[in-house]
Ligand binder design. Structure first.
Ligand code: ADP
Ligand code: ADP
Length: 228
């Protein structure tokens, strides 16, 4: 078995205004340490797939196993970053990054050092004691990524994290994330509407089409990173 196996997974939303078949059935697997890019037109089910995989939405049908264990409900050790960062403006940058540890009652000097190191790796050192509203959009997203990685999750989910940023900032972010991938052992699932971005950051690119939420291509790119 692979690290993650997705078998015939489907998602249908039942809403007061009707039934939306948003995803699948889709099946695919990925290995530990891989970065999987997801591209496809708006509304094709990328976010739905990410939320179902991360356990933020229930699936309607199908099976997901992580390390051969059947998954139902939220996964414990995942980090998620959305297009809109969810930083708390009344907390400092460092306090935002420490939030996941605080919620688990696990703030100590070791985790503070980890938070500072992540901020440094992401090029946000020197801003630990600033408030998020004092930072640029690109920096805020880097703080979000630091927060998502704090507790060393086995999987990181990024849903168009840079699409609200200007092109130059986006390029810079991609280089920073690529550098980060060399140090952090985290399986990454990355949604983008830029194929160039997907190819740059991913070991593998999954292409989805709408009508309804299917995988139409699955491409290995570049030199696969060593897998553990
Ligand atoms: P993408 O991320 O590729 O833009 P989404 O996964 O957001 O696509 O959406 C796929 C389809 O499911 C769309 O038709 C969208 O309107 C619908 N959808 C997404 N989330 C919900 C929801 N919470 N309730 C009802 N329909 C939804
Ligand atoms: P994206 O395409 O980047 O996922 P959207 O603007 O389509 O962003 O959706 C924003 C949020 O609203 C998502 O969390 C999605 O699940 C939800 N959503 C999308 N379409 C619908 C819908 N028809 N009804 C309810 N929620 C929806």
């Amino acid at each position: 078995a692979s690290f993650v196996d997705v078998k015939s997974v489907e998602k249908t939303y039942f809403t007061p205004s009707g039934v939306v078949h948003a995803l699948g059935p889709i099946s695919f697997s990925f290995d530990r340490g891989q970065t999987v890019g997801i591209v496809g037109p708006s509304g094709c089910g990328k976010s739905t797939m990410l939320k179902v995989l991360a356990g933020l939405e229930d699936r309607t049908r199908g099976e997901i196993t992580v390390q051969s264990r059947n998954v139902n409900g939220p996964l414990d050790d995942v980090g998620v970053v959305f297009q809109k960062d969810l930083l708390l403006d009344w907390r400092t940058v460092l306090e935002n990054v420490l939030l996941p540890a605080e919620l688990r009652g696990r703030v100590d000097e070791k985790i503070r050092t980890r938070a500072r190191n992540l901020l440094e790796e992401l090029g946000v050192s020197g801003f630990e004691n600033n408030q998020p509203w004092e930072l640029s959009g690109g920096m805020r997203q880097r703080v979000s990524i630091a927060r998502a990685l704090l507790l060393k999750p086995s999987m990181l989910f990024l849903d168009e994290p840079f699409s609200a940023l200007d092109a130059l900032t986006r390029d810079k972010m991609n280089v920073i994330v690529q550098r980060l991938q060399m140090h952090e052992e985290v399986t990454t699932f990355f949604i983008t509407h830029s194929i160039a971005e997907a190819v740059f950051l991913s070991d593998r690119v999954i292409v989805m089409s709408d009508r309804p939420g299917r995988i139409i291509d699955d491409i290995e790119v570049g030199i696969p990173k060593p897998r553990t």
